[in-house]
Design a protein around this ligand. Sequence first.
Ligand code: ADP
Ligand code: MG
Length: 226
Amino acid sequence: MSLISLVEVSKHYQMGGETVKALDSVTVHIAENDYIAFIGSSGSGKSTMLNILGCLDKPSTGDYHLNGNDVDSLKDNELSEIRNLEIGFIFQSFNLLPRSTALANVMQPLIYRNTSYKARKKLALDALTRVGLGSRVSHLPNQLSGGQRQRVAIARALVTEPSILLADEPTGNLDSRTTDEIMVLFDELHHDGHTLVIVTHEPEIAGRCKRVVELKDGRIFSDSRH
Ligand SMILES: Nc1ncnc2c1ncn2[C@@H]1O[C@H](COP(=O)(O)OP(=O)(O)O)[C@@H](O)[C@H]1O
Ligand SMILES: [Mg+2]
């Protein structure tokens, strides 16, 4: 069975008298250890897709199964629980807590877990070491470069051991050299068995993924592996 299956998922918005089909009967299956890019022009449905995959939003119609959970039937409080357990988010703007150290930022999602401070600290240090920041754990975000901040954000996404990592334009705020470093890290995470979904409009980023799904007008226009 797929880690993720979306079957005939639609997301509709009522705008005045008009219905906007942000997603229009999309069927897509994502296997464990997939390394997938969603591409498409502005307005094609990428963010809507990511919000649904990330359990931030529910489909208007259709089925969404995530790691055995029937997401479309969950209540809002159950949705946030699934999100905390299953999803690691990485954002374009890093979204770190500005007055917290790298370590505290990475420990933050573990607060909801029933683990001791000592155990949380160990997990966070391991995650920061994993992304190559073992020597920067006491730095504040503004004492780190853009690439390092994104590494902290990746460590924060990894620390809960989610079943899937979702990245929304993760290199959109980075220069080309730093972009390459982050992509090398994603390649390594893929190699280590993680499942990665990246939304991007940059063809070079999509070209590094193993699978590229192009959205157009809320539908799947193409789905190719390489
Ligand atoms: N909350 C919303 N209310 C109304 N329309 C929306 C909303 N979110 C997205 N849309 C519309 O759905 C379509 C897809 O949007 P989006 O998923 O943000 O595309 P992308 O991320 O590819 O630019 C667009 O036409 C957009 O205007
Ligand atoms: Mg978008």
